[in-house]
Design a protein around this ligand. Structure first.
Ligand code: FES
Ligand SMILES: [Fe+2]
Length: 453
């Protein structure tokens, strides 16, 4: 195989220059080998808490999780916890989930709806905007102690592209500058019109970056997920690097890997994908090479009939997975009918554990038979109406996350990788150009840790 790393693979060579689909120019992130201690050392974890997490914009959750004033949810990252609220003025706000009196957690449940928050320790009360509503026995405090007036500590918070973003740093750059993707990139999918149909938070015995790395490339598909070879072109993945650590991979679906010798037969895997896309495999009489244009045409028609504004989306957006990484800890698989948002959340005190937090978003359509693609691992009986926001399913360490075969395979792999990266015999990861997103991510991380950001 010859591989021009300045160019890599291109999914649609006809994509207009400068369009969202077009291959981005080569970014030279060098060839340095990073020290593997970043994957396990407590010192490195402390550095991240000093220079990374408090400074970056984090996706706290989907905007559609807040519907009416009083709705709230909690977002935890490491040892920090935030309450995200929708106040009576319709403004989304974020506060540290910490009582200013003695530091108790103010909200103990994950989400709900209520006009005020009452701390469970001494019943101080707070409004949705974080201001103080009342102090129990206030006359027993000397006035100086309550000056300035205590309140929940509010952090920067913005609702953008259907997502709620927070930032603990008052001096961080504005969100839209930070994201690094072209402005219309996320907005094209209208995530604000989607709602959560499943939310699974599973704990894995690996560093959060071991997690990010594994989901940033398709180089491992042939070895870890061999079943994907007849339906996804791993070697045809287009890797694109954007400013500020953002990146994207377009994984061509409905196209066999060149690693498969039979490129003609529409075998069981492809037939399943065709059915999954809502088409009838028996109405298709071409070879495997003809499936992509067939599905593109079918999807454009069926999505339009189901009420989607498909004119805004390219053929590629309709059928491929545009897995989009937003620095530091999120990847979103973007599709017109739904999105699969994964967050790699650091454990509060163990650098060798993280929470793989996955949110499946679905956009209701006029066609009641419409579903998210099967690979998102949604149970067949999942409620897609959006009327009830499902509770978060918590999966303890060591158990399979029940997100379908592919993700179960990853969950078995990562703890094993984690054991290896902390071995005295490991000298650091040797990233190839199919892993250019991984290198791009770590380069950005290093800029934060070096104080350049
Ligand atoms: S700690 Fe919250 S009221 Fe005392
Ligand atoms: Fe994987």
């Amino acid at each position: 195989m010859s591989y021009d790393y300045h160019r890599g693979a291109i999914v649609n060579p006809d994509a207009p220059k400068g369009s969202l689909e077009a291959k981005r120019p080569f970014v030279d992130n060098g060839t340095d080998v990073v020290d593997p201690s970043r994957y396990y050392s407590r010192e490195f974890m402390a550095q991240e808490w000093a220079h990374l997490w408090p400074r970056v914009w984090l996706i706290a959750g989907p905007r559609s999780d807040l519907d009416e004033p009083g709705d709230f949810f909690v977002f935890n990252v490491g040892a920090e916890s935030f309450i995200i609220t929708l106040d009576d003025a319709g403004t989304v706000q974020a506060h540290y989930n910490v009582c200013p009196h003695r530091g108790n957690r103010v909200v103990l449940n994950e989400r709900g709806s209520q006009p005020k928050f009452t701390c469970s320790f001494h019943s101080w009360r707070f409004n949705l905007d974080g201001s103080l509503d009342g102090i129990t026995d206030e006359e027993s405090f000397r006035p100086e102690v309550l000056c300035p007036r205590p309140r929940l500590t509010t952090v920067r918070c913005e609702a953008y592209a259907g997502l709620i973003w927070i930032n603990m740093d008052g001096n961080a750059p504005p969100l839209k500058e930070y994201i690094g993707l072209p402005p219309e990139y996320l907005e094209a999918y209208e995530l604000d019109k989607m709602h959560v149909v499943r939310h699974v938070s599973s704990e894995w015995a690996a560093n959060w970056k071991t997690g990010v790395d594994a989901f940033y490339e398709t180089y491992h598909l042939h070895a870890v997920h061999p079943q994907t070879a007849t339906v996804m072109d791993d070697l045809g993945t287009q890797y694109d690097l954007y400013p500020n650590g953002a990146s994207r991979m377009i994984v061509p679906f409905f196209r066999k890997s060149p690693r498969v010798s039979d490129q003609e037969t529409v075998d069981e895997g492809l037939q399943m994908m065709i059915r999954d896309a809502g088409a009838d495999p028996s109405s298709f009489d071409g070879t495997a090479r003809d499936v992509r244009p067939f599905i593109q045409k079918h999807k454009r028609q069926s999505l339009a009939e189901a009420g989607f504004d498909v004119d805004r989306l390219t053929d590629g957006q309709l059928i491929d997975s545009w897995a989009t990484g937003i620095f530091p800890n999120v990847q979103i698989g973007l599709h017109p009918e739904g999105a699969f948002l994964m967050r790699f959340l650091p454990h509060p005190d163990d650098p060798e554990r993280f929470f793989y937090d996955t949110i499946t978003l679905f956009r209701p359509s006029e066609d009641p038979n419409y579903r998210v693609p099967d690979w998102m691992g949604l149970p067949k009986d999942a409620d897609l109406t959006g009327e009830d926001r499902p509770d978060t399913e918590h999966v303890p360490l060591g158990e399979a996350p029940q997100l379908g075969l592919v993700l179960d395979q990853d969950s078995e792999l990562l703890p094993v990788v984690q054991k290896g990266v902390r071995s005295r015999g490991f000298r650091g990861p040797l990233w190839g150009e199919q892993e250019s997103r991984v290198r791009h991510f770590h380069r950005e991380l290093d800029r934060y840790l070096a104080g350049e950001k």
